[in-house]
Design a protein around this ligand. Structure first.
Ligand SMILES: Nc1ncnc2c1ncn2[C@@H]1O[C@H](COP(=O)(O)OP(=O)(O)OP(=O)(O)O)[C@@H](O)[C@H]1O
Length: 252
């Protein structure tokens, strides 16, 4: 199956007391067009994995193999969305989305791409608003727009809903699932939220101390509400993989 292949991926950091392995020999295939959620607690290596996939850092050992069509596009094939929208406050929504394209494409192409991205994300009515005039959820949509405007094949999201309230988070999760369905791009989202991982992932990769400790393939359609039948057993399974059975005594 075509996809991004991670082979023995290791990232070590030298610390005063020794070496810390943020990622420890990770081997995985992320099929093209799939939606993978990487789930793990704080410090398990999730952000490190995204930084390596985005090419912001090099692995200490192992390698990442991109399919030929992606490799030939270089960095622009991979887009990264952070937890904080990081918008430029002096630019409107439209200008924020268009900003990084300017100088790379001619004016007409920039306008076309910006318009289609604003339409895709339902942002047209807010195009002239400034970041301090829009909600947190809307700001995160704009941040997503700044990534999508490059038309990346792979979209990496680092806890993109972490700073949002429950209701906004649920709505955006639904929108992301729909966006994935419509674009058929490869989505990789990292989170420490078990419910979010099970609601969104075709595949959920459970990371602990830089290693994959479990992997679930969930074939059910989305959106998945918390009441779906396999939710509780799967939730228990991933919690056991992360914290071990003993810590789950109160969760039965
Ligand atoms: N530049 C660095 N130098 C030293 N240690 C680092 C560096 N970057 C990350 N680490 C360490 O690597 C481990 C994994 O960090 P990482 O940020 O990937 O985890 P995470 O799962 O994304 O956590 P969080 O959810 O808190 O962001 C942590 O122990 C972290 O302290």
């Amino acid at each position: 199956m075509e996809g991004i292949r991670l082979q023995g991926l290791t990232k070590s950091y030298a610390l005063p007391g020794g070496t810390l392995r943020a990622l420890d020999g990770l081997s995985l295939c992320l099929p093209s067009g799939s939606f993978t959620v990487v789930l793990g607690r704080s410090g398990s290596g999730k952000t490190t994995l995204l930084r390596l996939l985005a090419g912001l850092e090099a692995p200490t050992e192992g390698r990442i193999l991109f399919p030929p069509a992606l490799a030939s596009r270089g960095r622009s094939a991979v887009g990264l969305v952070f937890q904080e929208p990081r918008l430029m406050p002096w630019l409107t929504v439209e200008e924020n989305v268009a900003f990084a394209l300017k100088g790379r494409l001619d004016g007409e192409a920039v306008a076309e791409r910006t318009d289609s991205t604003l339409a895709l994300l339902g942002l047209e009515a807010f195009r002239s608003a400034y970041p301090d005039q829009i909600s947190g959820g809307m700001a995160q949509r704009v941040a997503l727009g700044r990534t999508l405007v490059f038309d990346p094949e792979v979209i990496l999201m680092d806890e993109p809903f972490g700073a949002l309230d429950y209701f906004t988070r649920r709505r955006l999760q639904g929108e992301i699932a729909e966006l994935h369905r419509r674009t058929a791009k490869t989505f990789i989202l990292v989170t420490h939220d078990v419910e979010e991982a099970l609601a969104l992932g075709d595949t959920v990769v459970v990371l602990e101390a830089g290693r994959v400790v479990d992997r679930l393939d969930i074939l059910l359609p989305r959106p998945r509400e918390t009441g779906w039948p396999q939710f509780l057993p799967l939730r228990r399974r991933v919690l056991e993989a992360i914290v071990g059975g003993d810590d789950l005594a109160g969760d039965r």
